[in-house]
Design a protein around this ligand. Structure first.
Ligand SMILES: [Zn+2]
Length: 60
């Protein structure tokens, strides 16, 4: 089960329909969040990604 977020009013809900305004609730995807970040902190994010990748490799 995942937490959804109303596209209209921003209400968090576990249901597909927002209990507040009856609009469809969407998955507040972290990917969407990171797109905003990559635009703002492109360089910084790339560095983080590189570090995360390296960490992943050493974990194996
Ligand atoms: Zn709503």
């Amino acid at each position: 089960m995942s937490i959804l977020k109303c596209a209209k009013c921003g209400q968090y809900t576990l249901k597909e329909i927002c209990p507040v305004c009856k609009e469809k609730a969407i998955n507040p995807a972290p990917a969407k969040f990171s797109i905003v970040h990559s635009q703002k902190y492109g360089k910084y994010r790339r560095e983080l990604m590189r570090q995360a990748k390296e960490r992943e490799q050493t974990k194996e």
